[in-house]
Design a protein around this ligand. Structure first.
Ligand code: GDP
Ligand code: PGA
Ligand code: MN
Length: 612
């Protein structure tokens, strides 16, 4: 049996029949039954009832009506980047920052892993659309999975159902995605070998992508980023490769509409690494009077040039899979409100009366908490009660700040793009790129401290080009070339590019900038730049606000703190240039020449006398 040689997304005669494909996967994985999902409310109710019976979902008391707590296996709490692989014929097409695999070897390994992996379980077939069904920027997919949690979550995060299925059956291109938790309940003779558990998973995990044949195979994990295959696997890794071939962009970005007090509207996208503030920024309640921020998306943006040559963006998702810790009435009232009900909480702590809790929800933890692993918890334990990567999954429609145009199939025209990492030092609060090539340089060279959204050492600074380090489905240097080309094609219509950093710290380790709703002050400056109303200071980091141009009235911010926030120290940037050179060295002659020229310029600016 050949698993990967068709190319179902090639339009024309090559699109394989979805029923034949499902039969082929069932023959390999050998589930007890195959169930097609229609995305209906009745189906959701049935799945929830089943999840409650199995102990996967624990109903929450009012006021969290229709909400459930899920506890994952303790070793299945984040994306597994070291076991996430990209298979391409030529290793250079995956590039040095991806885990490359030979497609033939990988297929053999997958056949072994998936052979009988669903024995005794249900295999759900989930037809879905990323983006409004049939829209010009949208794409179709089918995920098969033996995880009830994945089916339920896909139903929230994507547009699952009959409309997508009918397009696929009619011959539209679609991306096949196979997911198994790797927890068979029976042996090859049909004898029960073990009972199912609340969170089935497998110690062996492998998240595999074939960008050339546009397929996804994910084994062993139930965690969001590993198991909801429409999200990071399709909408970023596969879609980025599709976009490069077809001339569009799939990016790890939030998307908002900003309305100024004068009533002028702008659309702003922002690429921040996982757990660096996308969801919070997307749902911001601006502290500046008269400003409005409306949500279009919080994680993924697909962008394409329209007939007028402008860059149009959609959010391909239909829900939010957000980080719970740190979310509160004070930091993010919109998100807090949105979680009133119909929400799946994963790996949060539980209060004595059965409700959810996480660090930051209230200033002090309530008494009698049970932690995310189900153990009694007290502050003295020194452990967090909720897992630092605890999540909520909720439909976009529940977001009180959702923009009316959020599901317009045509998308919105992007005016500005922000690139932001988590940097305790060096990078100023905001800086505008001098031009498109400099903006691409800022995106390509951004760095961030590692967070709990992926396994590994939290806090370590790593380069994370375009916040896409774990998500670009091809050679990252080719991604930079693709951006440079898009800029050429957009010309005058290109959005303005900025770098931002909400996470700069003072000598005592506290954040210098209050962040969250106060980030509207940065947005105001961005808009002032778009409107050509303010000057800026040319620094090694780019064009930084003059202190008098950033409205900080009413916030508790010392003059020195503001100055530090807006400082791009040449000595810091000389070190930064060394870091960038190390990054570029990985890619050899694949680094586009305009970015090498930018590095040269950075060296001159950080070594020379430039500044204010
Ligand atoms: P995402 O994964 O990129 O969507 O990030 P989130 O918006 O979920 O935020 C991740 C973490 O960063 C949460 O703990 C937030 O409370 C925190 N965070 C988000 N925005 C800010 C900000 O502007 N300042 C600070 N200090 N923390 C923030
Ligand atoms: P995020 O990623 O932190 O960017 O929301 C979700 C994930 O890790 O799957
Ligand atoms: Mn998020």
């Amino acid at each position: 049996m050949t698993l990967i040689d068709d190319n179902p997304t090639t339009t024309g005669s090559e699109v394989p029949d979805v029923h034949a494909w499902v039969a082929r996967i069932a023959e390999l994985t050998k589930p007890a039954r195959v169930v097609w999902c229609d995305g209906s409310g009745a189906e959701r109710h049935r799945l929830i009832a089943m999840g409650v019976r199995k102990g996967t979902l624990e109903p929450l008391p009012e006021p969290h009506y229709g909400s459930y707590l899920v506890r994952s296996a303790p070793d299945d709490v984040a994306r597994v980047e070291d076991r996430t692989v990209i298979a391409t014929t030529d290793p250079d097409d995956a590039g040095p920052t991806n885990n490359w695999r030979d497609p033939v070897d990988l297929e053999a390994e997958l056949v072994e892993l998936f052979d009988g992996s669903m024995r005794g379980r249900t295999m759900w077939v989930v037809p879905f659309s990323m983006g409004p069904v049939g829209g010009p920027i949208s794409q179709l997919g089918v995920q098969v999975t033996d995880s009830l949690y994945a089916v339920l979550s896909m139903g929230t995060m994507t547009r699952v159902g009959t409309a997508a299925r009918e397009l696929i059956e009619a011959g539209a291109p679609w991306v096949p995605a196979v997911h198994s938790v790797g927890y068979p309940l029976e042996d090859e003779f049909g004898q029960p070998v073990r009972e199912d558990v609340a969170w089935p998973s497998n110690e062996t995990k492998l998240i595999a992508h074939f960008p050339e044949s546009r397929q996804i195979w994910s084994f062993g994990s139930g965690y969001g980023g590993n198991a909801l295959l429409g999200k990071k696997c399709f909408a970023l890794r596969i879609a980025s490769a599709m976009g490069r071939e077809e001339g569009w962009l799939a990016e790890h970005m939030l998307l908002v509409r900003v309305t100024s007090p004068e009533g002028r509207q702008y659309h702003v996208a922002g690429a921040f690494p996982s757990a660096c503030g996308k969801t919070n920024f997307a749902m911001m309640t601006p502290s500046l009077p008269g400003w409005k921020v409306e949500t279009l998306g919080d994680d993924i943006v697909w962008m394409r040039r329209d007939e007028q040559g402008r860059l149009r963006a959609i959010n391909p998702e239909a829900g939010f899979f957000g980080v719970a810790p740190g979310t509160s009435e004070a930091t993010n009232p919109a998100a807090h409100q949105m979680l009133w009900g119909n929400t799946i909480f994963t790996n949060c702590a539980q209060t004595a009366d059965g409700d959810v809790w996480w660090e930051g929800l209230t200033p002090t933890p309530p008494l009698g908490l049970v932690d995310w692993t189900g153990q009694p918890w007290s502050p003295e334990s020194g452990r967090p009660a909720a897992h630092p990567n605890a999540r909520f999954t909720v439909a976009a429609e529940q977001c009180p700040t959702l923009a009316d145009s959020w599901d317009d199939p045509e998308g919105v025209v992007v005016d500005a793009i922000l690139f932001g990492g988590r940097r305790a030092t060096t990078v100023p609060l905001v800086a505008q790129a001098r031009d498109w090539a400099h903006g691409v340089f800022l995106g390509a060279t951004m760095a961030s401290e590692k967070t709990a959204a992926a396994e590994g050492v939290v806090g370590e600074v790593r380069r994370d080009p375009f916040a896409m380090l774990p998500f670009t489905g091809y050679n990252a240097a080719d991604h930079w070339s693709h951006w440079l080309e898009q800029g050429e094609l957009l010309g005058e219509n290109a959005p303005a590019l900025f770098s931002v950093n909400w996470f700069r710290k003072d000598a005592d380790g506290g954040f210098l900038w209050p962040g969250f709703g106060e980030n509207s002050r940065v947005l105001e400056w961005v808009v002032a730049r778009l409107e050509g109303r303010v000057d800026a200071v040319d620094t090694p980091a780019g064009l930084v606000p003059r202190t008098e141009d950033l409205d900080v009235a009413g916030i508790d911010l010392a003059r020195e703190a503001l100055e530090e926030l807006l400082t791009a120290d040449p000595a810091d940037y000389a070190r930064e240039a060394d870091g960038v050179a190390e990054l570029f060295a990985l890619f050899g002659d694949r680094v586009p020449a305009p970015l090498l020229a930018q590095l040269e310029e950075l060296r001159q600016r950080s070594g020379g006398a430039l500044g204010a």
